[in-house]
Design a protein. Structure first.
Lengths: 115, 886
């Protein structure tokens, strides 16, 4: 798994590539990366899942932990460009009740402004 | 922002912020130019009435005023709902200026005998309308924090106007009384210009104000109900307004009693008319100057220092003491003391605090209620007070003496020297009751003392009720302020737990993932789903497809796709109880344990990739066995497996078996971010049993800091009183390196289990330490004169300051209502200027005095230099003996 961060109008976007699995973590976790951004004062995080093929329970834990850390500080964490198959699993497991998921990155970015 | 000269002058005497100087001065002048003419009109009104009609006719004046004001309130309420506030205020001022001129003209015609009565009623309408309009404008312009700081200043404008009015009447009234009304109308003309400037200022500050007002007036499709009854119903239906109304009634009723007490005692003491003149001459002069001095120099400081609640108590408590004193010993000095306190504090403090209470009310309710209370209810209360006095004293008066003391009291209760002079010209008012059947003077005095004592007794009773309602209204005020603030966010862990079954979600993902890896793991996951009764048709369909085969665009599409499911037809063969029982029985068989033992040992020895799956299967399978089974012993080894996947299943099984010997391994797993979450979940399942072990690691300074943070998080998940105590103990004893995590863990417990209690002394000490840390960090960053560092301020506070501030508020949430504290914190962090002020106001009414004094100065919207100064002052405070522990 590879994660690259970029910034757009005060929103930190993490482009994630590969699978978020416990066996694929090398040195730093997604949650740690999110926490680093929160520690530097950022409050809006967007996870770009365009190139995420699949996640395991560890990945779910990482996303939820990142979501909790961000929201507890008054920030927002959203997900964009999730694959249809993942979205399906998210729906069945009701993750969509908690996480805001967008088809399009621009729409997701706009949604931060509206709040 | 450049500071104006006006600001520099005003900031020396009042707590004013740059940018507020113009509006504060305009309001000062507005009030000044209302009260200046009023204090000319009022003595002129009394003198004319008393001279031409006599004091015996006063009840007609009171009655007429009550009726006309009642009718006027209904009319004014309708008018207020239809035209904009600006137009209403200016047209009222124009109308009163013109009618004042008209009165001057009509008084020249001596044949108009009804004129004194008409003027009496008119003068009452002037003060009722103009006073109410002034306070409504104050409500429009300021939020509670601003009003608290400035109310003493612009309120003193009115009192100064009163002094000027009284003095001018005294000087001019002797020689040219006929021109007094001309002067009054000229002064009212000034107020029209000033109020116009205020509206211009408002428009500049808030260009949308006209639109808002217009929108308010347009309302919805249904016209808003207005009028006397509707205003009454508005107050009746709103608890806060009803309490406010009760407080106003009690205030004015008690004022009537106090007036009677003081004047009767003075009446007993003073024998001759020249003594009256001397006493009341000085006394009234004092009663004009004292409120002004209190108002400008003390009111805002008192409100700021003691808060709304205590300030509201101050006035009735002083009256309670004086009244109590008069009840015990009706002596002259107490009579003077009670009258001085009444006149001084009712204008300079009590009324101003009462006005502050209206600010957080929504405009539509406020304007309806305020007009009714200010214009009608306080007059009604005065009348009620007088009626009650008559009732209390009736048995004494009956057959003995006429109750003229009441009339005398009213005749004497004039706050201008001129009026005094006018009254004194009519000796029949002040003469002792000649021709009274009582000839024995000492008997008469005894009777008056009895009267005073009775009234004092009732006065004490009503003051106590007043104090009670003041307490109620101040509590309700806090609630009203709180309702002005919205919760911006809540702890997400609680929200996630409420909306989501995280264990189930993870199980579904693991089931899908295992499908590609091992049919055994897959089957075991399905078994888990069956056991949890979560194998719904949707899940069944979803997990039937290999993860990379799920390509359909929607759930519906998936179900309709008609592909062959890979899931066994579980419906037909599985009854969950039977299945669980059978699997349990098989796994507990000695022969099974024996056979599997060698397989497990081989899997543990083999380090190949294929064996990883085997170890995962074993780790998962052990979770299905009894905790005493021989194979369960192998789990310890699997917990230390290098593969995170194996480790994950081992942790899951450990959570199911909950054996004591796994605990150290589970805690150690908190160190690794990959295994941390699974280890936390496993430890959480142990519950209270594991708190001791976690506590050992938490307090071990030699242990890895990440692991210690992890134990704090697990204790928060367990969330019992013992877990809270353990965290609190570490917060007290620790060196501060994991304070943020400890505070967050405690906050999580507090948010999920409000019943868990924390030791207040530890929390308070920690708050002081955090504030000290905040101040030190702030000074470190911004205390220099470096322009670069100052420029950093525009980028926002450094994160460590944000964290420090958040810790302070979380700590407050441990000893106060967490919801209130978080509401205040969130609005201070991300709210508008008004929200920030309301948030601080909420804190001001929630925190204890010593905490309030430290925290609030740091929260206020200040310039950087001023904030640094306050941080330095705060640090100086920490050197005080009672704060040494911080």
């Amino acid at each position: 798994m590879e994660i690259n961060a970029r910034e757009k109008e005060d929103i930190v976007i993490f482009d994630i590539e590969g699978e978020i699995r416990r066996s694929d973590i090398s040195d730093i976790t997604l949650h740690q990366l999110v926490k680093d951004q929160l520690d530097s004062g950022k409050r809006n995080i967007l996870l770009n899942f365009q190139n995420v093929e699949f996640i395991d329970s560890f990945g779910v834990g990482e996303i939820l932990a990142s979501y909790i850390s961000t929201n507890n500080l008054g920030g927002k964490l959203k997900i964009a460009k999730i694959s249809k198959k993942l979205y399906l699993v998210f729906q069945v497991t009701m993750l969509t009740k908690v996480l805001e998921i967008f088809d399009d990155e621009e729409v997701a970015l706009d949604s931060f402004d509206k709040e | 922002m450049a500071k104006s000269r006006l600001y520099r002058i005003l900031s020396r005497i009042i707590d004013i912020k740059s940018g507020e100087e113009i509006i504060a001065s305009l309001l000062f002048l507005y009030f000044f130019f209302i009260m200046f003419p009023y204090y000319i009109i009022k003595p002129y009104r009394d003198a004319k009435y008393l001279y031409e009609m006599g004091s015996r006719e006063l009840p007609y004046a009171y009655l007429s005023t009550a009726i006309i004001v009642g009718i006027f309130v209904a009319f004014y309420s309708r008018l207020q709902a239809r035209i904009s506030r600006n137009v209403l205020i200016i047209s009222s001022l124009v109308l009163f200026t013109l009618t004042c001129l008209l009165s001057w003209k009509l008084f020249r015609n001596r044949e108009l005998t009804w004129m004194p009565l008409a003027f009496w009623v008119w003068a009452n309408l002037v003060i009722v309308v103009l006073g109410t309009q002034f306070w409504i404008l104050v409500n429009d312009v300021f939020n509670p924090r601003e009003a608290k700081r400035l109310i003493g200043f612009f309120g003193s404008g009115g009192l100064l106007g009163g002094i000027f009015g009284a003095l001018l009447t005294g000087v001019v009234g002797k020689r040219h009384p006929e021109i007094l009304l001309l002067i009054a109308s000229g002064l009212m003309l000034f107020s029209i210009f000033i109020v116009n400037f205020i509206f211009i200022w408002q428009r500049k500050k808030n260009p949308s104000i006209d639109k808002i007002i217009d929108k308010d007036k347009e309302g919805g499709s249904k016209p808003e109900k207005v009028g006397f009854i509707d205003s009454f119903n508005t107050i009746r239906k709103n608890r806060y307004l009803a309490l406010l109304a009760v407080v106003v009634i009690l205030t004015f009723m008690v004022a009537t009693f106090i007036d009677y007490q003081s004047k009767t005692v003075i009446d007993i003491k003073v024998k001759r008319i020249d003594e009256y003149t001397e006493i009341f001459g000085y006394f009234h002069a004092l009663l004009l100057v004292l409120p002004f001095l209190v108002s400008i120099f003390m009111t805002s400081t008192i409100i700021k220092r003691f808060g709304i609640r205590l300030t509201l108590m101050l006035f009735p408590l002083i009256l309670l003491l004086c009244s109590g004193g008069i009840f015990v010993a009706p002596i002259f000095i107490l009579a003077i003391a009670i009258k001085t306190s009444d006149k001084t504090l009712s204008f300079s403090l009590n009324q101003f605090v009462r006005e502050l209470l209206y600010i957080p009310i929504s405009p539509e309710l406020k304007y309806k209620a305020k007009v009714f209370i200010d214009m009608f209810l306080n007059r009604f209360a005065k009348g009620l007070g007088a009626l009650m006095l008559m009732i209390f004293l009736l048995p004494i008066f009956r057959g003995e003496e006429r109750p003229d003391a009441l009339i005398e009291v009213n005749a004497l209760d004039r706050s201008s020297l001129t009026e005094k002079t006018e009254v004194l010209k009519k000796p029949d008012i002040l003469k002792k009751t000649e021709g009274s059947p009582l000839t024995d003077e000492s008997e008469a005095i005894d009777r008056r003392i009895r009267r005073v004592k009775i009234v004092s007794g009732f006065s004490l009773f009503f003051i106590l009720i007043w104090i009670f309602f003041n307490l109620k209204v101040s509590k309700e005020y806090t609630r009203t302020v709180k309702n002005k603030l919205t919760i911006k966010w809540d702890r997400a862990d609680r929200m996630v737990a409420e909306k989501l079954d995280v264990d189930y979600t993870k199980l579904v993902f693991d089931t899908i993932e295992s499908r590609n890896r091992s049919s055994i793991l897959y089957a075991m996951h399905i078994f888990d789903l069956i056991k949890q009764d979560k194998l719904t048709p949707e899940v069944k369909k979803l997990i039937s497809y290999k993860s990379d085969e799920v390509k359909v665009s929607s759930l519906r599409g998936l179900f309709e796709s008609g592909e062959i499911a890979l899931l066994p037809e579980t419906d037909e063969i599985i009854s969950e109880d039977v299945l669980e029982k059978e699997i349990g029985e098989i796994m507990s068989l000695d022969v099974y344990q024996e056979v599997m033992k060698s397989y497990v040992e081989n899997a543990l020895r083999d380090e190949s990739m294929e064996s990883e799956t085997a170890r995962m299967e074993v780790a998962k399978a052990i979770g299905l066995m009894e905790s005493e089974s021989p194979l369960a012993e192998k789990l310890g080894e699997l917990l230390w497996d290098e593969s995170p996947e194996v480790s994950k299943y081992a942790l899951e099984s450990a959570a199911k078996l909950r054996k004591k010997e796994y605990v150290p391994a589970l805690i150690k797993k908190l160190f690794n971010p990959i295994t941390r979450e699974d280890a936390s979940v496993a430890l959480e399942k142990y519950g209270d049993r594991v708190i001791g072990a976690l506590s050992d690691y938490l307090s071990d300074r030699d242990e890895d800091i990440e692991l210690r943070k992890g134990t704090a998080s697990v204790l928060a998940r367990i969330g019992t009183q013992d877990a809270g105590d353990c965290l609190m103990w570490e917060l007290e004893e620790g060196k501060g390196e994991i304070d943020t995590e400890l505070i967050d863990a405690l906050d999580r417990i507090r948010s999920e289990k409000p019943g868990v209690q924390f030791r207040e002394d530890i929390v308070e000490t920690k708050i002081l330490r955090e504030i000290k840390k905040y101040c030190l960090t702030f000074i470190k960053h911004f205390g220099t004169k470096s322009k670069r560092k100052k420029a950093e301020m525009t980028k926002g506070l450094p994160e460590e300051l944000n964290v420090s501030l958040m810790n302070v508020f979380k700590l407050f949430g441990f000893i106060y209502l967490r919801e209130d504290i978080m509401r205040a914190y969130q609005n201070i962090q991300v709210g508008t200027k008004d929200s920030v002020d309301y948030a601080i106001e909420l804190l001001d009414n929630t925190l204890k005095k010593e905490m309030r004094e430290i925290v609030i100065p740091l929260m206020e919207d200040l310039a950087l230099d001023e904030r640094v100064k306050r941080c330095r002052n705060c640090l100086k405070d920490f050197s005080r003996p009672n704060r040494k522990n911080a």
